[in-house]
Design a binder for this molecule. Structure first.
Ligand SMILES: Cc1ncc(COP(=O)(O)O)c(C=O)c1O
Length: 397
């Protein structure tokens, strides 16, 4: 029988017959947030010109302010992009790389963003320096040391995750930004799993660049992400689309806003829902966002114990190094290859036979397959127990 979901699941429209343990991939927006998006869309379609020229402008700025306040950032450096992949590409494709320059990327990085590094380095004669970090680590130093050791006088950038995708590792990103930038190297923080899953204070951290998704852990509609560029780096970076703003007059800041805010016609409603989503989510749990993050994290910690027990293994990292995502090795004797669009066979089996939506990810860089759980307000501990039983059955225990 399909286990119950968490009490707060009534706020989401998730399928009752699916055990949804993959908030991490694409998020999931509460019904009320989607209704707010519908409301704004209807307003837009009453008079699209009026909406673009006037009505949406104040709303847009309110969204910029809301996400900036949420992460204590300078709103003048905050712009919207459709997703974290676009944010990473915006930075990498703007940098004027030269032959011999080096960009550091840990081997837990999201493959699409890693690919972007490979692309820009190969076309410019620069080099991607891949830093091997094992999956099982017993303290932060085992992550920090190899990354610092990789810095040379040729390093121009390090791309560091807040929380890694294939391995669900909460990176010691605060220390890494301070130390790496202290060595004179800019950091691009990939906070795809950032706002709403870990606390981020941009003014305190001062990363040269940070991009992240709102459609994951803030639960906005999909296609809603941010990019924050530190004041002294704004003149280096252009949006992916060169558009009307490029030939505009005005101050540097006005031009920056125009260039990033108008990449061409698009549906702005996913970003315009940010203030609503922040408030709505905050109201679901007493104690607001800090309490949400702690609640999800403690559920993920419990869930990881349940899965480890089912798989006959031990937690791979200290609890301080996970957030609301956690991964464990899936025992696998076969070949580890990069998955295609058809999905991993174990992932497919879990869905087809048990209706469990959970990612199982072959990670060629570690020669291992990982199963990764997410914990969001709509989940219940029983769902991970159900997954544990399914895993035992699949493994023939
Ligand atoms: C660490 C990391 N970076 C980037 C991304 C890409 O996010 P998006 O598909 O929204 O661009 C993801 C997606 O899961 C991720 O986990």
């Amino acid at each position: 029988m399909i286990p119950r979901k968490g009490e707060l699941s009534e706020h989401w429209g998730l399928d009752d017959e699916t055990v949804f343990l993959n908030h991490g991939s694409f998020g999931a927006a509460p019904v009320a947030v989607l209704e707010e998006q519908d409301r704004i869309r209807k307003l837009m379609e009453r008079d699209p010109v009026l909406f673009v020229e006037r009505e949406s402008r104040e709303m847009w700025w309110k969204s910029i302010i809301a996400i900036s306040e949420f992460m204590n950032a300078d709103p003048d450096g905050m712009v919207f992009v459709t997703n974290a992949t676009a944010g990473v590409n915006t930075i990498l494709r703007s940098l004027d790389l030269k032959k011999g320059d080096e960009i550091i990327v840990p081997n837990h990085a999201y493959q699409a963003c890693w690919n972007a590094i490979d692309y820009v380095t190969s076309r410019s004669g620069a080099e991607a320096v891949v830093v091997d970090i094992p999956f099982r680590v017993s303290n932060e130093e085992e992550v920090i040391s190899p990354l610092l050791d990789a810095v040379t006088e040729k390093t121009v950038l390090a791309m560091i995750d807040t929380v890694t995708s294939p391995t669900g590792l909460r990176m010691p990103f605060e220390k890494l930004v301070k130390k790496i930038q202290g060595m004179g190297v800019d950091v691009l923080l990939d906070a795809a799993h950032g706002p709403g899953i870990v606390n981020i204070d941009i003014s305190e951290l001062q990363p040269a660049y940070i991009t992240g998704n709102c459609h994951k852990w803030i639960c906005t509609p999909k296609g809603s992400a941010f990019l924050h560029i530190r004041e002294d780096r704004k003149n280096l970076i252009k949006p992916l689309n060169i558009g009307h703003g490029h030939s505009s007059d005005g101050t540097a800041q006005e031009k920056f806003r125009f260039e990033f805010d108008w990449p061409g016609t698009q549906d702005p409603t996913p970003w315009l829902c940010i203030p609503f989503a922040l408030n709505y989510m905050e109201g679901l749990v007493e104690g607001g966002w800090p309490a949400i993050m702690e609640k999800n994290r403690s559920l993920a910690i419990k869930a990881r114990r349940i899965i480890c027990e089912a798989l006959g293994t031990t937690p791979p990292t200290p609890e301080s190094m996970i957030s609301a995502l956690a991964a464990v090795e899936f025992p696998w004797e076969g070949e580890i290859t990069t998955p295609g669009m058809e999905g991993d066979p174990i992932h497919n089996l879990l869905y087809d036979d048990y209706r469990i939506q959970v990612p199982v990810m072959p990670w060629v860089h570690h020669g291992t397959k990982y199963i990764r759980i997410s914990a969001q307000l709509y989940n219940h501990e029983d769902e991970y127990v159900y997954l544990g039983k399914a895993l035992k059955e699949i493994l023939g225990d």
